[in-house]
Design a protein around this ligand. Structure first.
Ligand code: SF4
Length: 252
């Protein structure tokens, strides 16, 4: 793709995640790679049921084993082109959901888009894997709601991103934020313990959403989810169990 290496942002204080520079190329900053734009109900997290406009950014720095977002294709948009495309949608939206992939991989473009949509009167809702605190710090001023993941290694099949999640949550909690944790049959108690400790130490009041792995289905993870919900309650966390509602409804 002819990408040029750009300086890491904002510096060594944040943990480095493999692939985090993938889409931060200097020569492509004014264009964004967008997979799709569509309107639908929000199907995940505490805002499920809200009517939103979705702008799906292409590419991700992770590769979770339960991922339902295929790499697929993208179209490159200049800022004005994307804004024109957004203006074609005429619904009364709760928010524009910037989703992925991982939108923060294209933080320079995202930053401009967020500023424009904000000025146009939209609420900005950022769906993110919670591993790129540096880029979040650069766009957070124009974000209204942060829906972040904590990725448990025993669920994703990947390493843990604890330091990155900690720094991320600290920033996200300046805004309206909630945390989504995908629970699979492979999810380990020690990962849950680490996640709860992280939340307790960083932003204890943040709502936790336990999301059963849709590929396995609720029946297979029900026992684990119910135990976890009890544990969260006992330990004073604000917790909900919310599946991917759009999948249950057969919509995207
Ligand atoms: S962070 Fe999200 S988009 Fe990226 S691989 Fe994981 S589930 Fe897929």
């Amino acid at each position: 793709m002819g990408l040029v290496e750009s300086p890491r942002v904002p510096g060594p204080k944040y943990p480095e995640i493999p692939g985090a520079d993938l889409y931060l190329a200097q020569d492509e900053r004014m264009k964004g790679k967008i997979s799709e734009i569509f309107e639908s109900i929000q199907g995940e997290g505490v805002f499920f049921g809200e009517w939103q406009l979705f702008v799906r950014f292409y590419g991700c720095n992770l590769n979770c084993k339960f991922c339902d977002t295929k790499p697929g294709s993208f179209r490159e948009y200049k800022l004005d082109e994307l804004m024109s495309e957004i203006k074609k949608f005429k619904g009364q939206y709760h928010a524009i959901s910037f989703t992925g992939g991982e939108p923060l991989l294209q933080k320079d473009f995202l930053k401009q888009v967020l500023s424009r949509t904000r000025r146009a009167g939209f609420k900005n809702y950022l769906e993110t894997n919670g591993t790129l605190p540096g880029p979040l710090g650069e766009v957070i001023d124009d974000v209204d709601i942060v829906a972040m993941d904590i990725k448990l290694p025993s669920s994703t099949g990947l390493p843990g991103y604890w330091d990155a999640h900690r720094a991320f949550l600290k920033l996200a909690s300046e805004k309206e934020a909630f945390i989504k944790i995908v629970v699979c049959s492979s999810t380990a108690e020690e990962d849950i313990t680490a996640a709860l400790k992280l939340v307790k130490e960083t932003a204890r009041q943040t709502m936790l959403v336990l999301q059963p792995d849709s590929f396995e289905g609720y029946a297979r993870v029900r026992g684990k989810i119910e135990n976890l919900r009890h544990r969260c309650r006992r330990e004073g966390f604000n917790v909900r169990v919310i599946p991917q509602m759009h999948k249950l409804m057969g919509i995207r």
